[in-house]
Every structure is written in C-alpha cells, then in structure tokens.
Design a protein around this ligand. Structure first.
Ligand code: FE2
Length: 124
C-alpha cells in the first residue's frame, strides 16, 4: 500500500526483503517482528518489534519514531508511544492467540510516515 507520490500517505514497506538491496531510507525504517514461528493456542508468548535494525534511525526532536503498534491481521493488539531522545525503538509484549492470522507491526516516523512488516505465525 505504499503511495509513490507521498511517503506520508499510505503504508510503506521496503521494496525488497534483501537488506543489501534496500535504500538507506528503507534500512532505517524497516520493521522487524521477532516471535516464534509456531505457538500453542491460548498460551502466552513474547513478541519483539524493532526498527532501525539495519541502519540506525534518528532519535531527535526533529526526526523520531512516534509509535509502534502490533496487530493480528487487522485486529489491534497493542501500542506504545515514544519520546524522542529518551526512548528506544524496541517494543516487547506478550500475547496469546486463539487462531491463525499473520502478525503485523506498524511504526510511524514523524517525517517518513507509517512503515509495516508482517510475519506468518502458526497456531497449533
Ligand atoms: Fe524517519
């Protein structure tokens, strides 16, 4: 859903999964979701969302990540709001799933809009 006319419009994703082929802008804003590939139905597990893993994203008043959100498909699960200079771009939380839909993380940069990643997760 990347809008080619305006980075602040729509939801951005890197054009490739290969880090070496990403632009510096994509490296700074690529979102990572770390969690098990397979979880047990109704059992808590941990999820970690990070941004700026491939190239450090600025963290100053004029340019920073404002928030990070976690969804299961389109269902909202959790959110953190961030403060420039004081916070770091790691969001850890626990959740339990009752059935299978991919996890989705979204982060918003004040200058470069919303960026998204998805991760398939098997619920057994
Ligand atoms: Fe940015």
């Amino acid at each position: 859903m990347t809008c080619e006319k305006d980075i602040q419009c729509g939801v951005n994703t890197p054009h490739t999964e290969k880090v070496e082929d990403m632009s510096d802008l994509e490296k700074k804003h690529a979102v990572l979701i770390e969690c098990p590939d397979k979880v047990k139905k109704g059992e808590l597990f941990e999820v970690e969302i990070r941004v700026g893993e491939y190239l450090v994203h600025p963290n100053k008043l004029s340019h920073f990540i404002e928030w990070m959100e976690l969804y299961q498909e389109e269902t909202f699960i959790s959110r953190i709001s961030l403060t420039p200079e004081k916070s770091h771009y790691i969001f850890k939380t626990s959740l339990k799933l009752e059935h299978e839909h991919p996890l989705k993380a979204r982060v918003r940069c004040n200058l470069h809009g919303v960026w998204e990643a998805k991760k398939e997760i098997e619920v057994i």
